[in-house]
Write a protein that binds this ligand. Structure first.
Ligand code: ZN
Length: 156
């Protein structure tokens, strides 16, 4: 799926500008050389597929984060925002951020704040339940990478 699959009213509500900017020009895109952790994420519902890479130092700080893969505008933008958000944080903060994003976007705890102002762009996704899995995919992959999960993260 591409951005073309979204109708214009959907896009308007999804903080179109920021999402599309990150989707068209993803930050930290590509394989990360020297990665210490990685995990794949798959969203079969939409066909989004990505691999997330982390480089952790001995103290559990995330020195670098990157991703590669293909997916719809929202899945790519979310992964791009994620890599921006977690670079320079500890792995425990990254896991807390993941819980915050998933709880807020899935509605299980809508009062939970997003960990970063720029993630507000993802908040509009809550209006479109079919798109929530696109937005949370990269975060599930992040948790899988940190937890060194044996299986790819899947939204199903
Ligand atoms: Zn998607």
């Amino acid at each position: 799926m591409t951005a073309a699959n979204l109708d214009s009213s959907e896009l308007a509500d999804l903080y179109r500008e920021l999402i599309l900017d990150h989707a068209r020009h993803p930050r930290h895109f590509g394989k990360l050389e020297g990665a210490t952790h990685s995990a794949e994420g798959i969203n079969p519902l939409c066909g989004d597929k990505l691999k997330l890479y982390l480089k952790l130092d001995g103290a559990g700080q995330i020195e670098e984060a990157a991703f590669e893969g293909t997916g719809c505008a929202i899945s790519v933008a979310s992964a791009s925002l994620l890599t921006d958000c977690v670079t320079g944080t500890s792995q425990s903060s990254a896991l807390t951020a993941t819980e915050d994003v998933v709880a807020r976007l899935t509605g299980s705890d809508p009062a939970r704040a997003l960990p970063l102002d720029k993630l507000a762009a993802l908040d509009g996704v809550r209006e479109f339940p079919a798109r929530v899995k696109c937005a949370t995919l990269a975060w599930h992959a992040l948790a899988a990478a940190i937890n060194e999960a044996a299986e790819p993260a899947t939204t199903e």
